[in-house]
Ligand binder design. Structure first.
Ligand code: ADP
Ligand code: AMP
Length: 242
């Protein structure tokens, strides 16, 4: 059975995740505008193949939840829908990537988001002979993005993403995965969401172009049913450059 057929059955994922992607290190970046489905897909694929899912937005929200000084600074940027400055972002993500579970393999979600971050990531990985294998850019039309953000609910504990219409939880307000409480993000309100899309176009597009120029970018349409997107992603990961 090939990877695409296997990915159609969640039951099959649980008993035989390994053959879905080939072995060896897997250093993948998942890019795309807010609402493209990065978190949804990164979590699914990371679970399937047993690699770390590292989401810069989740790292910032955890820091906000701790209520420390750094968390207060992150919250101020996030609530306005602007990017956290590169130096702080790179520091937080690199500290996370230094942990044992993400030395060889990881899926990065929402990082890098600027050309400076992409270059910093290359420098840190390159210092000990590592490199990003594949960058996937999820593309979704703007009106669809806004509809997704407007209906998004997230788990406070495990960050799983739900949608009131497209993927509601079994019990309203409760995470199917861990039983955590669901909430809506302040920055998903329409005016802030539109602003975040502008910031994406201005600041993140140069990072997408950077990876395209290096020949490691794969564009995947994200406005398909979730399981179809997952299959396309796992196939792209399986075929990533050696
Ligand atoms: P991102 O991490 O890129 O900001 P999310 O993964 O949180 O995006 O997804 C944004 C919203 O869209 C969530 O409410 C999620 O449930 C929903 N969603 C994700 N993928 C799909 C899809 N393929 N079809 C419909 N809705 C989706
Ligand atoms: P996300 O959860 O990916 O939608 O990110 C939520 C918010 O966290 C963004 O709007 C930014 O304020 C901040 N953020 C997340 N990732 C980054 C990043 N790589 N660079 C700068 N800011 C980020």
């Amino acid at each position: 059975m090939d990877a695409v057929q296997m990915a159609t059955s969640p039951w099959t994922w649980q008993i035989a995740p390994a053959p879905l992607v080939r072995g060896g290190p897997m250093r993948v970046v998942l890019m795309g505008p807010p609402g493209a489905g990065k978190g949804t897909q990164a979590k699914t694929v990371a679970d399937m193949v047993g690699v770390a899912h590292v989401a810069s937005g989740d790292l910032f929200r955890e820091s906000v939840k701790r209520g420390d000084e750094l968390g207060r600074r992150f919250k101020e940027y996030m609530d306005r829908g602007v990017l956290v400055p590169d130096d702080l972002t790179v520091q937080v993500v690199m500290e996370r990537l230094a942990r044992d579970d993400s030395r060889d393999s990881f899926i990065l979600d929402g990082f890098p988001r600027s050309l400076g971050q992409a270059e910093a990531l290359d420098d840190v990985l390159g210092a000990d002979g590592r490199a990003i294998d594949l960058v996937i850019n999820l593309t979704v039309p703007e009106e669809t993005l806004l509809a997704r953000l407007a209906g998004r609910w997230l788990c406070r504990a495990c960050h799983t993403s739900y949608h009131t219409l497209y993927s509601p939880p079994i019990v309203e307000g409760v995470c199917d995965r861990c039983g955590g409480e669901l909430y809506q993000r302040i920055d998903d309100r329409e005016d802030t969401a539109r602003h975040r899309l502008e910031i994406y176009r201005e600041e993140t597009t140069p990072a997408v172009d950077y990876y395209r120029d290096r020949g490691i970018l794969c564009e995947v349409p994200g406005d398909r049913p979730r399981d179809v997107v997952t299959r396309t992603l796992t196939e792209a990961i399986r075929q990533r450059p050696a």
